[in-house]
Write a new protein. Structure first.
Length: 290
């Protein structure tokens, strides 16, 4: 229990200890208990992190301390930080999140970088499949104002959230449509670029019982026994929606790169490449439809 009248410094120390004791946020590498404590206290105080460092002796008011305590209690149950505070920063954007969608991950910024590095025409048509919060679609649109970007998701709640994120980030021109993969697209529609961070986890992967994924929608995470059901479908269908020379970029799990590269090659894609994230995990496989 946090007593009223504690300073910022004491509140942080209390939260860090209790999160560490409960082995929350512990990936064995980062002091995530300290990071989570700061993010949650900032949310409770409505301040930036620099404020905590500048004013460690300030005493938050009673409501702020109560809010912080409730947030820490949720976190102890494993509830993801992003769901507690209601947003996640991704690329240069602040994105509202909800339990209808996956929480954007920093690894996905690799996919955004790779897409931006392609030599695509200025006025490209771009499609983000399974857009969730709209993270990838909005990041691309924020860098390439002439691209015409569409995000699809089969969840209505996700589509509404993505639309809100577009407006809140000054990108209302990005179009979000409810669609089960390509189902709502006219067969005439063609894209220079299709990107996706689809569900790709194996249905019985033990990781699903650990950390944030326990609270995220299974429909955004798992995809059959080998995790590749949706990716196979996307590769198979995407050729009907790509212009000649168009690219398909797929985010995936660590051990799936070779199989996805083979699928792309067997569907006739060229220039197939597997790209690695900062942890040196195979993370994105891409190919060009020529
Ligand atoms: N990268 C997420 C994880 O491993 C999974 C995201 C996904 O299935 N697209 O937690």
């Amino acid at each position: 229990m946090l007593e009223a009248g504690v300073t910022i410094e004491k509140a942080l120390a209390w939260a860090r200890t209790i999160l560490t004791e409960n082995q929350i946020s512990d990936d064995g590498v980062h002091d995530s208990a300290a990071i989570d404590s700061k993010v949650l206290l900032c949310a409770a105080l409505g301040c930036e992190q620099v404020y905590l460092h500048t004013w460690p002796d300030k005493v938050p008011n009673k409501t702020q301390i109560q809010t912080f305590q409730q947030m820490i209690e949720k976190r102890i149950l494993g509830y993801p930080v992003a769901y507690i505070i209601g947003f996640k920063d991704f690329w240069s954007l602040r994105l509202a999140v909800s339990e209808a969608t996956l929480i954007p991950r920093p690894e996905t910024e690799l996919l955004v970088e790779l897409a931006l590095n392609l030599a695509l025409p200025n006025t490209s048509q771009v499609l983000d499949l399974g857009t969730g919060t709209g993270a990838i679609a909005l990041a691309l649109a924020s860098e390439q104002s002439k691209w015409s970007v569409t995000g699809l998701d089969k969840s209505h709640d996700a589509v509404n959230l993505a639309k809100k994120n577009g407006k809140d980030n000054g990108l209302p021109e990005v179009e979000f449509i409810q669609s089960n993969w390509f189902s709502s697209l006219s067969s005439e529609k063609k894209f220079e670029l299709i990107v996706t961070n689809p569900p790709y986890i194996e249905t019985d992967d033990y990781h699903l019982k650990m950390g944030d994924v326990r609270f995220e929608p299974a429909s955004a995470l798992t995809s059959g026994e080998d995790g590749l059901d949706d990716i196979r479908f996307i590769i198979h269908e995407s050729v009907n929606f790509l212009v000649k020379g168009g690219w398909l970029l797929i985010e995936h799990g660590n051990r799936q790169g070779d199989r996805i590269a083979d699928l792309l090659v067997s569907k006739g894609f060229s220039n197939v490449k597997i790209e690695y994230d900062l942890n040196e995990h195979a993370r994105v496989t891409m190919g060009q439809f020529i």
